[in-house]
Design a protein around this ligand. Structure first.
Ligand code: GLU
Length: 279
């Protein structure tokens, strides 16, 4: 049976863009005769708050959405992500990076697909001795995937996409993870990045179809490399359109878009939400 998932991060209230993503996922599951699992992506322990988790449950229930299996909380699974990171380390694919954001911005000559400075690989060239010395000194560190070495192992990578609608035929696409450079997979104090946790959990929850916004399309390339390296299955991917605000920008929590709770308080019904997002 197809297994889909909705995977919000509880670092703010859900807004209409999330509602669209959730409703699209449950609609897709209905179309496929499958089910949706809920995953709370709360690895960022500073920004994620229990009250936002409660609010997510309330909003989803209000929208008439339910999930048949226990909710998976990523914050319960740091050991499992650390183990996945250790496997990459054992393959000699992770290296410590001591660069600050400012240093990276100054050294970068290209941008990644999200428009952020592309890491130029500075610390990949550190000697073993320098690495040990800086680690022992306790310098702030994060661990990056050596993308060149990773791709030398995996070879050309593809994944399967369904779209533009969930009813369309699957198509094979090439992944181009090299455009992301040496991505960060572990931080000091947090043994995982979003990318590592998401591939580990999609496999653990036996997800067959990942539905996510088009803003996550390019990042899928990173997930495909990690799946191949860790020997995990690659689900089918469907990228849905984004709901834009009045200025044509993606709804973002940081811009204080009206939350679903606000809309509910103003008397909106779940049908009003569906109409507003064109479902
Ligand atoms: N947790 C991510 C978010 O809230 C989405 C995860 C995904 O679709 O893989 O944007």
């Amino acid at each position: 049976m197809p297994r889909l998932r909705f995977a919000p991060s509880p670092n703010g209230h859900l807004h209409i863009g999330h509602a669209f993503s959730a409703l699209s996922t449950w609609d897709a599951a209905r179309h496929l005769g499958g089910t949706v699992l809920l995953r709370i992506e709360d690895t960022d322990i500073e920004r994620c708050k229990p009250e936002f988790v409660e609010a997510i449950f309330e909003d989803l229930h209000w929208l008439g959405l339910s999930w048949p299996e226990p909710v998976l909380f990523q914050s319960d699974r740091f050991d499992i992500y650390a183990e996945a990171g250790n496997r990459l380390r054992a393959m000699d694919l992770l290296y410590p990076c001591f660069c600050s954001r400012t240093q990276i911005a100054a050294a970068a000559t290209q941008a990644d697909p999200d428009g952020a400075p592309l890491y130029p690989g500075t610390c990949r060239h550190l000697s073993h001795g320098d690495r040990i010395e800086r680690l022992q000194r306790g310098d702030p560190v994060q661990f990056r995937l050596d993308m060149g070495a990773a791709l030398a192992r995996t070879g050309l990578l593809t994944f399967t996409q369904i779209g533009p609608t969930i009813a369309d035929r699957p198509q094979i696409r090439y992944a181009r993870p090299e455009r992301w450079g040496d991505v960060v997979l572990q931080r000091k104090g947090t043994p995982t990045s979003y990318h590592l946790a998401v591939v580990v959990d999609d496999a653990a929850q036996q997800i067959t179809h990942v539905t996510r916004g088009r803003d996550m399309e390019a990042a899928t390339d990173i997930h495909v490399v990690l799946q191949m390296l860790l020997g995990l299955p690659s689900p089918l991917y469907h990228f849905h359109r984004l709901i834009l605000d009045d200025d044509g920008r993606k709804f973002a929590k940081s811009r204080h878009s009206e939350s679903l709770a606000d809309l509910r308080a103003k008397g909106w019904t779940p049908d009003d939400v569906r109409r507003a997002v064109g479902l």
